[in-house]
Design a protein. Structure first.
Length: 332
């Protein structure tokens, strides 16, 4: 880990923070109350069946809002109630009118509460998503506090904001083009052709191309996680409170998808639906990362001048707070 101290400059501190993610995450996990916050959220959200109950449960609401970068809105009950009771896909909804990527993402994640009695929020998928986002947000804030640079949290959160914009923007044509890139096709094909030979955790770890593909598919940077951690994710039950995955919700989806390899000789991950799911996740993750991180020249090479211009506009609108998301298209 670098011994360089913070200079109070966001770009310098951002580079230091992103270079030392694994070491910093280990320090954060030792000192943070995040696990306790998430445990309280999980217990509390299971009892939430109405919008008003969510708005009046401070601990649950705080975790939910922090996960989407909206913690400053915790006392704006009128605004939150409208976000939670209006279909965010409707052009007349407050989420669409506000044009903030994180507000739309929050509404998409939580508005089902107004119609399903809380079934969606108490699902494992919803809880894991919120837990992972909350952990990331708290980790970013911890890094900013550690570097004594309040602007760093904003810089670190920009990537998530762009991710939200990509997830709900009309970028279908760009994604289709991305899927046909030789590198993407090659990586996907390698996984599809070789995952069937994986029978044990050791088999998966012995093939870096397969392992990195799987980790990336579940939002884990292969460079940020040690072999020891991966080994534990593949051999420990994520439901066990002392497991690595239980302590860090960011790892939960990967652990749940691949932990069966420890006892079923790969039957679960070999299933056609499982293979397709991992490939789809990988392509979506890397696509979103490319749009968020590539420079203009790289985007022109990949998506053409028109596509690069569209991406540039999305980034500009998101970061200046004037993003106007298109309506979400519903399947017929």
């Amino acid at each position: 880990m670098s011994n360089a101290s913070s200079l109070g400059l966001p770009i310098v501190d951002y580079q230091l923070a992103t270079t030392n993610q694994a070491q910093l995450l280990a320090q954060f996990q030792k000192s943070s109350t995040t696990s306790a916050d998430i445990a309280a959220y999980q217990a509390g959200v299971a009892k939430v069946t109405t919008v008003d109950q969510l708005l009046n449960n401070y601990k649950v609401l705080n975790v939910a809002l922090t996960a989407y970068g909206m913690q400053d809105a915790i006392n704006q009950k009128g605004l939150l109630k409208r976000l939670l009771t209006q279909d965010p896909a409707a052009t007349t909804s407050l989420a669409q009118k506000l044009g903030k990527a994180n507000y739309v993402a929050f509404a998409q994640a939580y508005w089902s509460l107004s119609t399903d009695g809380g079934a969606g929020l108490s699902s494992a998928t919803s809880i894991n998503t919120t837990a992972a986002r909350y952990t990331t947000a708290q980790f970013q804030q911890w890094q900013a506090n550690r570097s004594n640079d309040p602007q760093l949290a904003t810089a670190l959160a920009a990537r998530q904001t762009l991710q939200d914009a990509v997830d709900i923007s009309n970028v279908g044509a760009l994604f289709a083009k991305y899927q046909q890139l030789p590198a993407v096709q090659s990586a996907s094909s390698y996984y599809q052709k070789n995952i069937g030979a994986v029978k044990t955790p050791a088999d998966l770890m012995a093939d870096p191309k397969l392992l990195n593909f799987a980790l990336t598919a579940y939002g884990i940077d292969p460079e940020s996680v040690s072999s020891d951690t991966v080994s534990k994710l593949l051999s420990q039950s994520p439901a066990t409170p002392t497991s690595v995955a239980a302590k860090n919700p960011v790892y939960q989806p990967f652990a749940k998808a691949f932990n069966s390899l420890f006892y079923d000789k790969g039957a679960n991950i070999h299933a056609t639906t499982a293979v397709s799911d991992v490939v789809n996740r990988y392509q979506q993750q890397t696509f979103s990362a490319a749009l968020a991180n590539n420079n203009d020249d790289q985007n022109k090479q990949t998506f053409g001048a028109a596509g690069a211009a569209q991406i540039k506009q999305i980034k500009s609108d998101v970061l200046t707070g004037v993003w106007n998301p298109p309506p979400v298209q519903r399947a017929e």
